[in-house]
Write a new protein. Structure first.
Length: 407
């Protein structure tokens, strides 16, 4: 790969995740303070990610893979996103905000697959080259959090009171416009299946449903959907929890989860090879339970180390479960249905699982309102118990099998 192409792809990936991290982390705090939204409405806003994930395969399968170059669709979607982000920054009512955020997520979620398509199309050895490109995305997410907390102070107590979190949408609108224009300069990525017939079954990865006949894969599949319920609590409630607890630079602290994601991504191959798939997955599940217990009984004062440790566990929670799950799915699927199987897992987790998860998180959060705050102990205990139950089910029902880790 040319150095110039590597630089282009790195900038693309950096901006792609800078955009997501620049508003999604603080969304719950923004909605609660700027729009006076309650837990159910906040959950409704976060669930637009799931609707975007459900609709994304249709945009990719029906348009990107068959009619237009991926980099051009990427540019158009980000330019649309820039406009919607600007409108979101101007809203003062949740009823007006919701259609904008729903439209934005329907435009944004397909871009996650498109940046991968553009990247892979330029790589001779994706297993070697892609991690070096993808890591710039994680760095983009981290930089967004550092800017919000340390440079602009938008998430400070004064900043939140003054409504400055609305500026996150303006920042992202600018970044989205830049990436939209920049996308048209990216290497050409023509449609991969031009002229081929397509069915809804192909788009949704339903051909992979036959894998559910395998007992182990069925257990893994159901566990993946269920673990997304505790995951939704983290996305929806971390920022409100930290800001309500008066933690300074809360968004910067939250980005520590992405730092740990990089570290544990590097450790995953060693752990996977030494201990195998089942133990790796179980460690990931156990980390979810431990994280929420730390959140439930820690605080931002003398027990802040517990909260900080809970955030730092994000790398184990995400990498050891979801990345290991992608490897497992790839090994079980076989060449013919590899893409379909990954699509099915994504639809089931980020689509259905997270949709249910955000609904449950909203209900639990609303049930634990105390005056102008929340009973965070009760809120965090629920996903801790839920993750522990999923851990036990998987430990008992999944029979150990050898899975090769291919880098």
């Amino acid at each position: 790969m040319k150095a110039s192409t590597r630089l282009q792809l790195s900038i693309m990936m950096f901006l792609e995740f800078f955009i997501w991290g620049g508003w999604f982390v603080t969304l719950g705090t923004f909605l609660g303070n700027n729009l006076n939204a309650e837990g159910g409405e906040i959950a409704q806003a976060f669930s637009t990610q799931s609707w975007g994930a459900i609709i994304a395969p249709f945009i990719i399968g029906l348009i990107a893979d068959r009619y237009f170059n991926a980099e051009k669709i990427l540019g158009i979607l980000h330019l649309i996103g820039a406009g919607l982000m600007y409108l979101m920054s101007q809203t003062t009512e949740f009823g007006v905000f919701y259609p904008y955020v729903l439209g934005y997520m329907i435009a944004y979620m397909p871009t996650l697959a498109l940046v991968n398509s553009v990247s892979f199309n330029q790589m001779k050895d994706p297993s070697k080259d892609f991690p070096l490109i993808r890591v710039w995305g994680t760095l983009g997410w981290i930089v967004a959090g550092l800017l919000i907390s340390l440079a602009f102070k938008w998430d400070s107590e004064v900043g939140i009171k003054d409504g400055l979190l609305a500026n996150t949408f303006l920042m992202v609108a600018i970044a989205s416009a830049v990436l939209g224009v920049f996308s048209f300069t990216l290497p050409k990525t023509p449609p991969s299946e031009k002229g081929e017939k397509v069915s809804v079954s192909d788009i949704l990865g339903l051909d992979a449903l036959k894998l559910l006949k395998d007992r182990n894969f069925l257990v893994f599949f159901l566990s993946s959907v269920l673990i997304c319920i505790p995951l939704a609590f983290y996305y929806a409630n971390l920022s409100p929890f930290l800001t309500e607890s008066s933690l300074e630079n809360s968004t910067a602290w939250a980005s520590m989860g992405q730092v740990s994601e990089i570290v544990f991504m590097l450790l995953l191959p060693f752990f996977f090879k030494k201990f195998g798939f089942k133990k790796t997955i179980l460690v990931g599940m156990l980390a979810w339970t431990l994280r929420y217990i730390l959140f439930a009984y820690g605080n931002t004062g003398d027990l802040f180390f517990m909260v900080a440790t809970g955030i730092a566990l994000h790398g184990i929670c995400y990498d050891f479960f979801f990345v290991s799950g992608q490897i497992y799915t790839d090994s079980k699927a076989g060449e013919k249905v590899k893409s379909a199987a990954q699509g099915l897992i994504t639809l089931a987790t980020y689509g259905v699982g997270m949709l249910v998860g955000f609904y449950v998180a909203g209900k639990i959060t609303d049930a634990n309102i105390l005056g102008e705050g929340h009973n965070w102990n009760a809120i965090w205990v629920f996903p801790a118990i839920f993750a522990a139950v999923v851990f036990v089910i998987f430990a008992i029902a999944f029979k150990n099998e050898k899975i090769e880790y291919t880098e």
